[in-house]
Design a protein around this ligand. Structure first.
Ligand code: HEM
Length: 166
């Protein structure tokens, strides 16, 4: 068990004074947290399609990869819009370094996801090996961005909307 040094830090005391409740939510459910599962799942599905295409040579997996990479990118954009709104609107989220670490990892992920879709649309013959390499990189960055997003929720309590009665 590590000691929580933030208890003694005057800076952390100030940071903790600000609310971290979600500003972009439906009936108490943050929209960003609802959306992020889709790009993450589709990024993994694209990697799966590439691996199956590599092993079988079946062009079905090539077509599946175009669709999953495209939806991974566009649903990632949708999730990022909700996440960016949280970041800009909620002071308690904006002043936490972890929020910016997560945002930078997520924007890098979006850039890789866009390139991955572009390769499939315009250069399908390049899916092996370049598309596969981009899929592996996307999966790694989905892990990094997701890990930091999870830390915001589970370590900092960001986006939790616990009613005062509970
Ligand atoms: C610039 C883009 C983004 C910003 C500014 C951002 C910001 C945030 C914020 C403020 C939270 C805390 C929860 C909330 O307030 O809703 C969060 C959570 C999270 N984010 Fe992002 N996000 C961005 C993009 C993404 C993307 C593209 C992904 C994954 C594909 C992602 C994955 C996650 C995950 C997994 C969580 C934890 C949700 C949970 O466990 O309920 N984020 N993000």
């Amino acid at each position: 068990m590590t000691e929580d040094n933030s208890k003694h830090s005057p800076v952390m005391q100030k940071v903790k004074e600000h609310s971290v409740s979600s500003a972009v939510a439906v009936a108490g459910h943050p929209i960003h947290a609802m959306l992020v599962h889709f790009p993450i799942a589709l990024i993994m599905a694209t990697l799966g399609s590439d691996v199956f295409y590599w092993f079988t040579g079946d062009e079905f997996f090539l077509r599946a990869g175009v669709w999953s990479a495209g939806f991974a990118f566009w649903l990632g954009v949708a999730a990022s819009l909700a996440g960016t709104a949280e970041l800009l609107l909620v002071r308690g989220i904006r002043i936490r370094v972890g929020s910016w670490t997560h945002a930078i990892a997520a924007m890098t992920l979006l850039a890789i996801a866009a390139s991955n879709w572009g390769v499939r649309l315009y250069f399908p013959e390049e899916v092996l090996p370049h598309g596969l390499a981009l899929s592996v990189l996307s999966a790694i960055f989905a892990g990094v961005a997701g890990w930091h997003g999870g830390k915001l929720v589970f370590d900092h309590g960001v986006g939790l909307m616990v009613s005062p009665d509970e």
